[in-house]
Design a protein around this ligand. Structure first.
Ligand code: FDA
Length: 541
């Protein structure tokens, strides 16, 4: 065997030296960060921050980390772990965390409900701390003025519960899954079955409390209209830590109607889906019918495709059935398919808790623990009937056993809100949005790769049929495939715009402007945070 050359020895030595140096500096900045926090807390008689800090040495560290992980793709032994988790119970804890992590070059990841599809709230490829807002979850409802203040760490289920406690006819237009966190959901848009009547959660926000890069607590007035605009759909994590939101509640009838109807290919599913595309966005805004496609077994036991139509109607069954017979007779809806109920019962119904007490909405534990990858698309022209054949072919592939395509109708009030009203630009001109999803059970990296490749193939296949220039996407269905920043350092406008225009269209320019004003040093950053224009950070920090 040849003896190693002096240059090989030098390279090896340099590598070992640099690795140990990096380990020492990382350990140092970790220790310095903790010392900084304790120093701040000594100087502040009411700060008991030491009680809400968890390091790896703490026995609760793993359970706190895992409690709000909602995609098990990011809960593996190799998933990077935070140096520290802080679960603030008061504003000063957030302020201290922001100041100290800035001082010691540690990245902050802000987590409210932990539903980020790509785990940006609890994973990073550089040293990081998690600011987990789970205990900042107060909700106060003002029934008389039809408003509420809700802290970011609350879930939308908890919000729905508190609204229903006060009134049978007040509601809020947000998402379907009750464990979704208010912090990420509102700041990225947030929609559910009331979308066509009342718009997004973000459209109904009227004030907010945010802690900025300097540690200042700001409300709408003191943060100014630009920043207040940015956090209603532009993603909170680029701009600061949003502590709480003031929202307008909406009024709904005391009796609503729901239905869930399944049709397989043998029951004419393709024809019904095709017709749905022509009517779903033009129906009265009181009527919301979403549909989803899955693989299924037909009555003869053959593998087939099933279209499921789910509807919420803001009125009674006697109005709904004739309306359906007139607008989508192909579905063959009958009165017996429909159930009348209150708004809060419709929340339970669509969340899979039909007939259960509304107490289940207070739980933060989901009913299933999923491993998945998702993507989104916007549809501006009906997809030709023949194109569905190609979709079905992909659904028959092995990886698609638990795949689903969800079609979410637009129109209604979404057509009336301008593209630039909030950073969320997907308004008039969209018939519907598609969410592509594939789930699988564990199985390690190989299984993950197979399923992720499957959804990427489906996404490529869909390209001719969906929005173009940009191929638009919904930021709350985070997808790092649409482009990423350099999380370790400087990201140019050009690099950011690759993904930024897909989520925000031309609103990306204003978001960059706001970011440049409020966080020019790019402290609040992640793989898809808005880059400031003039940030000239060194390549690696
Ligand atoms: P999480 O805590 O992971 O945060 C998401 C992002 O927001 C991260 O970048 C995070 O740093 C940032 N962030 C969170 N809190 C912040 C704060 N206080 N200040 C600043 N930044 C903050 N969407 C939808 O519109 N309708 C729906 O029906 C559903 N349904 C649904 C079901 C399930 C099972 C999942 C997993 C997801 C959804 N979503 C959804 C998507 C959901 O709206 C999206 O993932 C939200 O960002 C989740 O917000 P969380 O606070 O739970 O996530």
């Amino acid at each position: 065997m040849k003896s190693p050359s002096s240059s090989t020895i030098f390279t090896l030595f340099s590598f070992l030296f640099l690795s140990s140096f990096q380990t020492i500096t990382l350990a140092d900045s970790h220790q310095n960060f903790l010392q900084c926090l304790s120093l701040h807390s000594e100087n502040n008689a009411t700060s008991n921050i030491s009680q809400v800090i968890y390091t790896e040495n703490n026995s609760s560290f793993s359970s706190i980390l895992e409690f709000s992980i909602r995609n098990f793709r990011f809960s593996t032994p190799t998933t990077p772990k935070p140096l520290v988790i802080i679960t603030p119970s008061q504003v000063s804890h957030i302020q201290e965390a922001i100041i100290c992590s800035q001082k010691h070059g540690i990245q902050i990841r802000i987590r409210s409900g932990g539903h980020d599809y790509e785990a940006l709230s609890y994973v990073s490829d550089v040293p990081f701390v998690i600011l987990d807002l789970i205990y900042l979850s107060e909700i106060s409802i003002d029934g008389e003025n039809k408003t509420a203040w809700v802290q970011s760490g609350a879930t939308i289920g908890q919000l729905y519960y508190r609204i229903a406690e006060k009134s049978k006819t007040l509601a809020f237009p947000a998402g379907v899954c009750p464990t979704v966190g208010v912090g990420g959901h509102f700041s990225g848009g947030g929609y559910g079955f009331l979308l066509r009547k009342f718009g997004l959660a973000a459209d109904n926000v009227v004030d907010a409390l945010l802690i900025d890069v300097k540690g200042q607590l700001l409300d709408r007035k003191s943060m100014g209209e630009d920043l207040f605009w940015a956090i209603r759909g532009g993603g909170g994590a680029s701009f600061g830590v949003i502590l709480a939101w003031k929202i307008n509640l909406v009024t709904v009838p005391s009796t609503l109607t729901v239905f869930t109807v399944h049709r397989t290919l043998e029951q004419n599913a393709t024809k019904i889906v095709d017709k749905w595309q022509y009517v779903a966005d033009k129906l009265p805004e009181d009527l919301y019918i979403r549909l989803y496609l899955t693989r299924s077994n037909s009555s003869s036991g053959r593998t087939t495709i099933r279209a499921t139509f789910e509807c919420l109607f803001l009125g009674g069954v006697d109005f709904l059935v004739p309306l359906m017979q007139q607008s989508l007779p192909e579905l063959g809806l009958e009165k017996s398919d429909c159930i009348e109920m209150s708004w809060i019962d419709s929340i339970l119904y669509f969340a899979g808790f039909q007939g259960e007490s509304m107490d289940v909405l207070l739980s933060r534990t989901p009913t299933s623990f999923d491993t998945f990858k998702a993507k989104s698309d916007y549809v501006k022209e009906p997809i030709p009937e023949t194109a569905f054949e190609g979709v079905y072919e992909r659904f028959y592939e092995q990886e698609a056993e638990s795949a689903v395509m969800i079609f979410i109708p637009y129109g209604g009030i979404m057509n009336e809100i301008s593209e630039s009203e909030t950073p969320f630009p997907h308004r008039a001109g969209n018939i519907y949005k598609i969410q592509h999803l594939v789930y699988w059970q564990g199985g390690g990296d190989e299984e993950a790769e197979r399923h992720i490749n499957w959804i990427r193939r489906l996404y490529s296949y869909m390209a001719p049929f969906v929005s173009k220039n940009p191929r638009a996407a919904y930021m709350n269905y985070r997808d790092l495939d649409v482009g990423t920043n350099n999380n370790k350092g400087y990201t140019s406008f050009k690099q950011g715009s690759v993904w930024g225009f897909k989520y925000f269209k031309n609103n990306f320019n204003r978001l960059v402007h706001v970011k440049t004003m409020v966080d020019p040093g790019n402290f609040f950053r992640n793989e898809q945070s808005i880059p400031p224009i003039y940030s000239r950070k060194k390549k690696v920090d």
